[in-house]
Design a protein around this ligand. Structure first.
Ligand SMILES: [Zn+2]
Ligand SMILES: [Zn+2]
Length: 138
């Protein structure tokens, strides 16, 4: 079945439609994701790029090269309200990750794994039913 899910940024200038099925939905506890989100972890729902449609303003991009592994990560945000909306990473060509909290209904996807559990914040508890890795990159 091929339904779709919509979402966007806080101010409404960026809207998207993501067609099912997602490739993977992960929670990442790495230091990079903590900083880029300003929160405890990143929630990334990955799709093939042709499953995604964006409307509205062009996204503002910021490219970051990791000092740890030397690969680039591209952060995409709303130029007006600064909501982080999407992420592309060199490691996953042809894919784009949507930041899970930007879906209008962020309850529809199921987290398939947690990664970088080695740097999770001490008050975050991992659910026993979901696989996790101590390290591992998006
Ligand atoms: Zn916005
Ligand atoms: Zn991460």
């Amino acid at each position: 079945m091929s339904g779709f899910h919509e979402g966007g940024c806080l101010c409404g200038d960026i809207r998207y439609r993501a067609h099912e099925p997602p490739l993977e939905a992960i929670v990442c506890h790495c230091k990079f994701c903590q900083r880029r989100t300003g929160a405890a972890f990143g929630v990334e729902v990955f799709f093939a790029t042709d499953q995604l449609e964006f409307v509205g303003s062009p996204l503002k991009t910021y490219e970051y090269t990791s000092a740890d592994h030397g690969r680039w990560l591209r952060l995409e945000s709303c130029p007006r309200c600064a909501t982080p909306v999407a992420v592309t990473v060199e490691r996953r060509p042809g894919q784009r990750g949507l930041n899970g909290g930007t879906f209008d209904d962020p309850t529809w996807f199921t987290i398939t794994r947690h990664i970088w559990a080695s740097s999770k914040l001490p008050w975050v508890e991992l659910p026993a039913a979901v696989p996790y890795r101590l390290f591992g990159s998006t």
